[in-house]
Design a protein. Structure first.
Length: 212
């Protein structure tokens, strides 16, 4: 199922992809997200032309093995994000525990300490809001399995600045709260698809942007 924008939701969506710049895909999730993110990445080949960020909620004092686990499920190189590194096509960076991951104006990683208390951390809203300010129509938000509503505000920003928002459908999502929170916003979601269709959708979207 594809969710179309109502006429009023199109206001503010005037940005166009920038020629020569790689789209940046931000995959955000929480509970059930390891499986979901792994399924998406497994469908992306080594020739995938977008930069990829993976963010899953995790306790700040937890040593996350997410980069190592995801590296075994995709042909793309996967590593924990480093402060200041550029977001490059065909590479996956994973938000580390204890930090929020933001994207700078020159499309680099900015890590800031998240602290011991909620809101959810790393924050999907902070990531997506900074990504859309940096990349505009070249930003693609993918909201996968997770509890709560983190990501809905950031996804709204992505939509408003001309980017694309994808969420998985309820039938293929183990914890549907995060996708549902995005769908509940007025017309911000462009695509509601089964989990197994996310990778092929991303390939098509990225190829279409790169061809412009």
């Amino acid at each position: 199922m594809v969710v179309k924008d109502p006429p009023t939701a199109a206001k503010g969506r005037t940005a166009e992809p920038m020629a020569g710049r790689a789209p940046v895909v931000a995959i955000v999730c929480s509970s059930g997200g390891l499986h979901a993110a792994g399924r998406v990445l497994s469908g992306l080949s080594a020739t995938f032309a977008g930069a990829v960020i993976v963010l899953q909620h995790v306790s700040p004092d937890h040593r996350s093995m997410l980069p190592e686990i995801l590296a075994g499920r995709t042909e793309l190189p996967v590593a924990a994000a480093r402060d200041g590194q550029p977001l490059l096509p065909g590479r996956v960076v994973v938000a580390p525990a204890g930090h929020h991951l933001l994207v700078t104006g020159d499309v680099r990683v900015a890590l800031i300490m998240s602290g011991p208390l909620p809101p959810p951390r790393p924050s999907a809203d902070l990531l997506l809001a900074s990504l859309t300010l940096a990349c505009g129509a070249d930003a693609i938000a993918v909201v996968l399995s997770g509890e709560g509503s983190d990501g809905a505000t950031g996804a709204t920003a992505v939509h408003r600045f001309g980017g694309t928002v994808i969420v998985t459908d309820e039938a293929s999502t183990s914890h549907f709260s995060m996708p549902r929170a995005c769908i509940a916003r007025d017309g911000i979601v462009e695509h509601v698809v089964p989990l197994d269709q996310v990778a092929s959708l991303l390939i098509g979207l990225v190829a279409g942007r790169r061809a412009r």
